[in-house]
Design a protein around this ligand. Structure first.
Ligand SMILES: CC(C)(COP(=O)([O-])OP(=O)([O-])OC[C@H]1O[C@@H](n2cnc3c(N)ncnc32)[C@H](O)[C@@H]1OP(=O)([O-])[O-])[C@@H](O)C(=O)NCCC(=O)NCCSC(=O)C[C@@](C)(O)CC(=O)[O-]
Ligand SMILES: NC(=O)C1=CN([C@@H]2O[C@H](COP(=O)(O)OP(=O)(O)OC[C@H]3O[C@@H](n4cnc5c(N)ncnc54)[C@H](OP(=O)(O)O)[C@@H]3O)[C@@H](O)[C@H]2O)C=CC1
Length: 414
């Protein structure tokens, strides 16, 4: 049955007004609640495009909450299959213990692969994970007329007294956010001011954009300089950049595991030497020749799957792909594997984390909501994501070393 056939007489009258252009897609909410508005939009689209929008009408989350803070022109939901990999034993500073990883994907063989990586890592004693840096960034840009004005502003930004004033203005905008660092980058008569914040359990982009605006107001008051754009692209949000790879953004995290040669042969069907060789020629030489920013096999695959499951901003997979995967042979023949993730941008409050299905995945990981100590749940999630990436890298490199890549996808992915 089409959506139009399920409408009441009143709803049909509203649909006629939408079709005639009297009420637009957005304004239908002035007449109906969020679910009703979604139904009318689907009926309108079915009428306009001669399609059936049946499956997207099925969802179980709280529509009022979702349509208020997560989506506009709401029409329903798409479903992404969700699998689980694990257990994986993680020894982080925040994530400690055995974890089942929720992975949302449509790529057959991905969950199997991560599962295999979890299995060998856990058999080998688990992965050690450490967070080296924790700072989300926003970088407004300011323009000047002369180089002397540019230099004067640059010097002022770098003063400790200026940092103190900026911190006072920024920290007043949030109960949780804290300004940690200010760096200025000059280019001709433009100055990009890269502001770094601790955002505690939030990924933090809404929070720090508000805080950064308070800093631009302070700058306007103190220096009479107008901000050209609150984001001048040196932040850098949602674009692949060297600055994020080098200086980090969000959490900079490393996960390491030492895999024994015999487990590699038994579980991964290849040798430590062959994995070392593939990793060197593929992830290092191949990535270097390709001009890549990330030197890895498929970090983005795992970041995307965990992010979709756990309500993270999927566009931040870009930064998640800036991963360096290393594999080194130890004297006793073991393979020491690590992933270095300079920019893991995650939160356990805010954004999509409160949507019911994503909440369940965060609960499965034991990191839903605010940490007992603010920030600790987001830090734990960043360690889990990095451990999951290590599992994916180990398994895929092994599959390529064993010559199993095409076979795996032929069997599981089509
Ligand atoms: C597919 C496997 C795992 C088979 O691997 P296998 O060793 O032949 O399988 P197995 O049947 O002997 O099982 C070994 C373990 O794998 C796991 N496993 C095995 N099957 C399943 C399953 N159905 N469901 C859940 N877990 C599974 C599981 O942990 C199992 O242990 P067990 O549970 O039996 O003790 C392996 O060949 C593999 O990992 N291949 C790589 C696949 C992969 O990583 N794909 C990711 C995407 S590739 C891509 O998109 C990016 C790319 C490739 O273009 C990037 C690039 O340029 O490199
Ligand atoms: N605005 C932008 O330019 C961009 C926005 N986004 C979007 O931003 C959203 C994420 O922004 P984000 O700031 O993380 O989330 P939200 O703005 O959704 O929520 C964060 C707020 O939650 C409150 N909060 C409650 N408990 C805690 C806690 N323990 N730790 C930290 N904060 C807590 C804080 O409020 P308070 O500050 O009042 O104390 C904080 O500012 C996503 O939807 C993403 O897609 C993404 C990129 C850019």
């Amino acid at each position: 049955m089409s959506t139009a056939e399920k409408l009441t007489a009143d709803e049909k009258a509203l649909l006629d007004k939408m079709i005639s252009g009297e009420i637009n897609l957005r304004k239908i909410e002035e007449h109906l609640d969020k679910d009703g508005s979604a139904k009318l939009r689907r009926a309108f689209l079915e009428n306009q495009k001669n399609v059936e929008l049946d499956h997207i009408s099925t969802y179980s989350f709280d529509t009022e909450a979702v349509a208020k803070k997560n989506i506009e022109n709401f029409i329903g939901a798409v479903q992404i299959p969700l699998g689980v990999a694990g257990i994986i034993k993680i020894s982080g500073d925040y994530a400690k213990g055995d974890y089942y990883l929720p992975l949302a994907t449509t790529e057959g063989a991905l969950v199997a692969s991560v599962n295999r990586g979890c299995s060998i890592i856990t058999k080998s004693g688990g992965t050690t994970v450490r967070v080296f840096k924790n700072m989300m960034t926003r970088a407004p840009v300011f323009k000047f007329s002369t180089l002397d004005e540019t230099k004067d502003f640059y010097d002022w930004v770098m003063l400790p007294e200026t940092f103190a004033k900026m911190k006072e203005a920024a920290d007043a905008t949030s109960r949780f956010g804290e300004l940690l660092d200010v760096q200025a980058f000059v280019s001709g008569n433009n100055v990009h001011v890269r502001l770094g914040f601790d955002t505690k359990d939030a990924m933090g982009m809404n929070m720090i954009t508000i805080a950064s605006e308070a800093i631009t107001k302070l700058i306007a008051d103190e220096k009479g300089v107008a901000c050209v754009s609150l984001s001048g692209n040196m932040c850098t949000d949602k674009k692949p950049t060297a600055i994020n790879a080098i200086l980090g953004r969000g959490k900079t995290v490393v996960a390491e595991a030492r895999l024994s040669a015999s487990f590699i042969e038994e579980t991964l069907k290849c040798t430590a030497e062959s994995m070392f060789d593939v990793n060197y020629r593929k992830n290092f030489i191949g990535s270097m020749r390709a001009g890549a920013l990330g030197f890895n096999a498929h970090a983005a695959n795992i970041v995307a799957a965990v992010f979709l499951a756990c309500g993270q901003d999927p566009a931040h997979v870009v930064e998640g792909s800036l991963c360096v995967t290393e594999m080194d042979l130890a004297d006793n023949g073991d393979l020491i594997c690590s992933v270095t993730m300079p920019a893991v941008e995650v939160g356990t409050v805010g954004g999509g984390t409160s949507i019911a299905t994503q909440q369940e995945c965060l609960k499965l990981l034991g990191v839903a909501g605010a940490g007992a100590v603010p920030g600790e749940n987001a830090l734990a999630l960043s360690e889990i994501v990095t451990a999951a990436v290590l599992a994916g890298e180990v398994s895929l490199i092994a599959a390529q070393a064993a010559g199993h890549l095409a076979r795996a996808h032929a069997q599981l992915g089509r």
